[in-house]
Design a protein around this ligand. Structure first.
Ligand SMILES: [Zn+2]
Length: 302
């Protein structure tokens, strides 16, 4: 980015700060910390200007691999409410909450989401934490977050509930849009190969099969053995999966090797994080639209 654009952005940021009516009463507002950018966006939709929101993970960070810094402990310790994804996504969480001594103020956004086990390919079994790949689960997040904000800040209960209702209507429209888009993919081509098993809830909701993943483990950068790689390539050839979907923060080299060996296309998706506001997926709604368009264009018949 060149210097002039930076100057314009800096000027805009100053202007926005000057215009923000909530800025001067920041200290009175409910201070909410979220872990991931996805939970952060949904919390922002419900809380709006009524809350002071601090999102712990930077845009683009892999939530499985994130390691909090000492100053992150202080950010969490000073929160009135800490909203987390849960289901084991945030491996760093127990230590962080212990250090910050905030266990009593923690809300798990996914608490009401039906449990789903990771696929049998997973080396590390356990619950699937990637609940956000189905917008219906994000509706449950929205309800859980609205309830938590209303309890912590009863004076604004009605506004939180109204914000949640408006956002839920958008999520319902998103779900209908995804269903319509997926109709363009013949059922036998609704096959997902990915860097890790992140698309189970999406697959269940929209009639896809997770053919396999580069790694059964969570970390986007773990490596499969030569034997595991050969088995995955066999699965791709058997099923005729047309593409391999790789997270933007996952390593590209293995995917390129599989593409060379089997002829599949490599397609990038956003998995565990939103982008910065100037990126392609700064909100959950944009994140899902980007991913669904990428999946449909890779799998729909040419
Ligand atoms: Zn993941």
């Amino acid at each position: 980015m060149n210097k002039r654009i930076w100057l314009v952005l800096a000027a805009l940021a100053g202007l926005l700060a000057a215009c923000a009516p909530a800025a001067e009463k920041a200290d009175d507002r409910l201070h909410v910390v979220t872990t991931t950018t996805l939970v952060g966006d949904v919390t922002a939709q419900v809380g709006g200007d009524l809350i002071a929101l601090d999102v712990l993970l930077p845009p683009g960070a892999d939530p499985h691999a994130f390691e909090p810094r000492p100053q992150d402990v202080a950010r969490v310790a000073s929160a009135d409410l800490v909203i987390v994804n849960g289901r084991g996504l945030e491996a760093f969480l127990d230590n962080l909450l212990d250090s910050a001594e905030v266990h009593g103020r923690v809300v798990e956004a996914s608490a009401a989401v039906p449990e789903r086990w990771l696929g049998e390919e997973a080396d590390h079994g356990g619950l699937d934490p990637h609940v956000w790949t189905d917008p219906n689960n994000v509706i449950l997040w929205t309800e859980t977050i609205a309830e938590a904000l209303a309890q912590a800040d009863p004076a604004h209960e009605e506004e939180y509930r109204q914000n949640a209702a408006a956002y839920i209507a958008e999520l319902q429209a998103l779900d209908a849009w995804v269903r319509a888009q997926v109709e363009r993919i013949p059922p036998q081509r609704r096959l997902l190969v990915s860097d890790h098993l992140a698309w189970g809830y999406f697959a269940d909701r929209y009639g896809f099969t997770q053919v396999g993943a580069l790694v059964g483990a969570f970390s986007a950068n773990a490596s499969p053995s030569a034997q595991e790689l050969a088995a995955l390539e066999d699965r791709i050839r058997e099923t005729g999966a047309p593409a391999i979907f790789i997270g933007f923060n996952a390593s590209d080299a293995l995917a390129q090797q599989i593409a060379a060996d089997t002829g599949v296309r490599v397609v990038r998706l956003y998995t565990g994080s939103l982008t910065s506001p100037t990126g392609e997926a700064p909100t959950y709604l944009a994140f899902m639209r980007y991913n669904v368009e990428a999946i449909v264009s890779a799998l729909a018949e040419e």
